[in-house]
Ligand binder design. Structure first.
Ligand SMILES: Cc1ncc(COP(=O)(O)O)c(C=O)c1O
Length: 468
């Protein structure tokens, strides 16, 4: 029941909108006229407008008269079809929150894993874009083949994949809109409701969201400081044939763990024996020391799909990733990609190619390794001096540290309290295949200077103390 003046005015205007007195897209009467009509002050009118905006009836920026928009709800409930299903336990709002964190101005933002904006090669981008604008516009702004532009795929092989220690024919590279799209396409193709997918536990929440949305049963295999426990994998899968095993070899999201060479060899031997495909997500592989290649570099006789992305090495907003697979699989994935977006943005692909070809990739990677390595060291140092957060591992690669809270503290509750104090992090549960890790948090430290990391973590520790 509206009791305050501004609420009464807001509800009266909303009623007028619902009755069709103001058409969608039309302007509301100006502030002075509205104030006169309802015999209220102009500031009350402005509060009423703010209320109407929150209710979803108008769009309003302070300087203008509000515009009526289509109300956000349909009049009656529309049933979801089976085809429109969503993950049942990884809430879509978790990924939504992460994306929102990307544009948050919170002082201590440990929520989203993205490259440090200071590492963005802005001058290179300017030069690449200047050159692109001198091309015939059709080549830059037109449609392009679903597989990806040939020159881009060639550059990806020569300048990206070969830096990871292997090579494939450019025809076996599919350029995707980020590697999450690659995971979605593969799952759509291979997985039907009830099929099993095996992942590390914990693992990348976005992958879990995709897998479950396609109806997969996810079995998580624990990891330790050397990577996935292949002994547990072997014993757990004696009677189960999963569709594939999803792993990250370097700087695993969320634990930061890098798989040891020995563990890689065990996993490859298991895959060879079992014939179960491996899906290798090498998003943080560029941060590994030279000479620490991914599984794919050794994948003779093992069915393996390799995924990577420009999101962590360069810029997530350009939405360019890729996967490599055998030709018949690529053909099927291309058909599926056509259903979803026809092709990855031509301009974005050419920017990625331009960056790969401008001759400064090695220097960029070296700088990224130094910067992120120093940040991880800072986190380890700070965590040793606060007793409230116990790290899962002491990572030397990647963007993340995964840490356990003291007994009795829920990560979600802490998240809500911390965000009020300008500290953001990701609660652990969405990274869990089995709904555990509710007392864990993921700290993404890639985009925070070391001083900020120190202060932010100490403040977080104090907040945990307050909750204990
Ligand atoms: C392991 C892993 N794979 C894939 C992605 C998604 O990256 P993209 O932006 O390429 O879709 C992320 C992003 O956090 C990730 O951590």
């Amino acid at each position: 029941m509206a009791t305050r003046q501004y609420e009464v005015v807001a509800h009266a205007i909303a009623e007028n909108i619902l009755q069709g007195h103001f058409g969608i897209g039309s302007k509301l009467p100006p502030e002075r006229a509205t104030a006169g009509q309802y015999a209220v002050s102009r500031s009350t009118v402005r509060r009423a407008w703010r209320e109407l905006e929150a209710m979803g009836y108008i769009m309003w920026s302070d300087q203008s008269t509000p515009i009526v928009v289509r109300p956000p709800q349909w009049p009656q409930r529309v049933e979801r079809s089976a085809a429109g299903r969503l993950a049942y336990d990884t809430s879509p709002t978790f990924l939504g929150d992460l994306m929102q964190a990307a544009v948050s101005s919170a002082r201590y933002n440990f929520e989203i894993g993205m490259p440090d904006p200071d590492l963005l090669p802005i001058q290179d981008f300017q030069q690449i874009l200047r050159e692109l604008f001198s091309y015939p516009s059709r080549e830059v702004f037109g449609y392009s083949p679903t597989l990806g532009l040939e020159r881009v795929r060639r550059a990806i092989v020569e300048e990206f994949i070969m830096r990871r220690g292997f090579a494939v024919p450019p025809a076996n590279v599919l350029v995707t809109a980020g590697s999450l799209q690659g995971l979605d396409l593969l799952t759509r193709l291979w997985v039907r409701r009830g099929d099993v997918i095996v992942t590390e536990s914990p693992t990348f929440a976005g992958a879990l969201h995709v897998f479950r949305s396609h109806g997969a049963e996810v079995i998580g295999i624990p990891i330790d400081a050397s990577g996935i426990r292949v002994d547990v994998l072997e014993s757990s899968l004696r009677t189960i044939q999963p569709r594939f095993v999803y792993v990250q070899p370097v700087g695993q999201n969320p634990t930061g763990v890098t798989m040891s060479r020995e563990r890689q060899a065990q996993l490859m031997a298991w895959a060879k024996k079992s014939g179960v495909p491996l899906v290798e997500d090498d998003a943080y592989g560029f941060l590994a020391e030279t000479g620490a290649p991914p599984l794919s570099a050794d994948a003779v006789g093992v069915p393996i799909v390799y995924l990577n992305t420009f999101s962590k090495i360069l810029a997530p907003g350009i939405r360019v990733g890729f996967l490599t697979a055998p030709s018949d699989l690529i053909r099927q994935l291309v058909s599926l990609k056509q259903l979803s977006d026809l092709h990855t943005g031509t301009l974005s692909q050419l920017v990625a190619e331009g960056w790969l070809r401008q001759g400064r990739v090695d220097a960029h990677i070296q700088r990224a390794r130094t910067v992120y390595g120093a940040r991880l060291k800072t986190v380890s140092k700070v965590l040793k001096s606060v007793s409230e957060l116990t790290p899962f591992a002491e990572p030397s690669h990647g963007f993340y540290v995964f840490a356990q809270l003291p007994a009795g503290i829920s990560a979600q509750r802490l998240h809500n309290r911390a965000s009020e104090r300008d500290i953001l992090f990701a609660p652990g549960e969405p990274f869990s295949p089995h709904g555990d890790f509710s007392q864990w948090i993921r700290l993404a430290v890639s985009a925070q200077p070391t001083a900020q990391i120190e202060t932010g973590i100490r403040r977080l520790a104090r907040l945990i103390d307050d909750l204990l």
